[in-house]
Design a binder for this molecule. Structure first.
Ligand SMILES: *Cc1c(COP(=O)(O)O)cnc(C)c1O
Length: 386
């Protein structure tokens, strides 16, 4: 294949943003000698996180995947229990619960927001259902009013995989505060990042002791450190889920700079949205839907093409123009692990399958320049269907 651009003019899909204070904070952590978990930087980071979300408590973790595993432990899920979740999400959402022997029950998504279709939630509930997991795609909220109504009617806890949704809200309340538990990701591809990192938000205070125990090797070391018990012991199942202070220092610098990071991401998102409006309408291409009441966090910008051949053609066109656009989630219910450990409705999840085949994500990162954004837009505008 011939390449029609010079190598240095590639617009990358993502460049992890480094703001001002990462190196200073990391040096301070190293100099302090406190480099294991839950030191002063963990305090600073969790304080900023609680301020940003209004969550009751926040516990740092090595990743969102680990935070989901803590959630599955805290909810005491057992083999055969069912957990309802979208098929259109990252594998970790399901994997964390399947590790406990629970069965992921995959539900289809809405065609507009690609979030779990709230109308399909109640029909998926059985006697074995123990929890509902939602994931706010692109940080645009699921229909939480209806989802909460159904979940509470059946006495089911909600867990939010809020990897995309930091700084987003639904009718004025921050995402991450709707579930009894919510998980955040600070992976290099997320808005706020420390390379690898995550957090568990605990909104139901009754779950806090259990979360602290699961996160600290199944011991009550947290209670011991607060002077609540004289010795710490093995209490429940758990693992080693603390984040090193070195990474908490990195994360603190990012959270301190969150307003600027968000402003820069919104500038790129808004420019895409404005400049692509006419073109998208002309070619029957859908841009991200943001329903009334939802504030999105400019986590990702996607396009939904009319069909898979046109998606593949636009993706090839962008790549040939030095734009690292890409597709996104492959449906979990048709994946090999999804079929082995989970199940879905007899007709599968047709909206998810269709969306996965038609979606393109455009480059979006806080350090992206207007010139880079315009290169992506101009490449798209120069596309001519075969
Ligand atoms: C990124 C992501 C994860 C995993 O995050 P890690 O911090 O890399 O474990 C989980 N769920 C969703 C929806 C994600 O986007």
């Amino acid at each position: 294949m011939s390449i029609a651009y010079s190598k240095d003019s590639v617009v990358p899909f993502n460049v992890p943003y480094v703001s001002r204070n990462e190196a200073d904070h990391i040096r301070e952590a190293l100099a302090s000698g406190k480099v294991d978990g839950d030191g002063p930087f963990a305090d600073r980071a969790t304080t900023l996180l609680r301020k940003a979300t209004g969550a009751g408590a926040a516990l740092l973790a090595p990743s969102c995947t680990h935070a989901l595993e803590i959630a599955a432990l805290v909810l005491e899920l057992r083999p055969g229990d069912e957990v309802i979740m979208p098929s259109f999400t990252f594998p970790s959402t399901a994997n964390a619960f399947a590790l406990r022997g629970a069965v992921p029950v995959f539900v289809d998504c809405r065609p507009d927001t690609l979030n779990l279709d709230e109308r399909l939630l109640e029909p998926a509930i059985t006697e074995r259902t123990r929890a509902v997991v939602v994931m706010h795609y692109a940080g645009v909220s699921c229909e939480m009013d209806e989802i909460r109504r159904v979940a509470s009617r059946h006495g089911l806890p909600i867990v939010e995989d809020n990897a995309h949704g930091l700084a987003a809200s639904y009718h004025g309340s921050a995402l991450g505060t709707f579930g009894v538990l919510a998980t955040q990701s600070f992976h290099a591809t997320k808005n706020i990042q420390c390379g690898e990192g995550g957090a568990l938000l605990v909104n139901d205070p009754r779950l806090l002791d259990g979360a602290e125990i699961a996160r600290d090797k199944g011991t009550n070391r947290c209670q011991y450190l607060r002077g609540r018990v004289e010795k710490y012991r093995w209490i429940e199942l758990g693992s080693s889920y603390l984040l090193s202070e070195v990474l908490a220092a990195y994360l603190t610098a990012q959270l301190e700079d969150m307003p600027r990071i968000q402003e820069r991401r919104h500038a790129v998102w808004n420019r895409y949205h404005d400049r692509l409006a006419d073109w998208a309408e002309r070619h029957r291409i859908a841009r991200p839907a943001v329903p009334p009441g939802c504030e999105h966090p400019a986590h990702l910008y996607y396009l939904l093409l009319p069909d898979q051949p046109s998606r593949d053609a636009v993706l090839a066109h962008l790549n040939a123009h030095g734009v690292q656009a890409t597709f996104h989630y492959q449906p979990l219910h048709t994946s090999s692990a999804g079929r082995k450990y989970g199940r879905s409705a007899p007709d599968g999840c047709p909206v998810t399958v269709s969306a996965a085949d038609r979606l393109i994500r455009l480059p979006l990162f806080a350090g992206m320049t207007t010139a880079e954004t315009d290169r992506v837009v101009d490449a798209l505008l120069s596309y001519r269907p075969a």
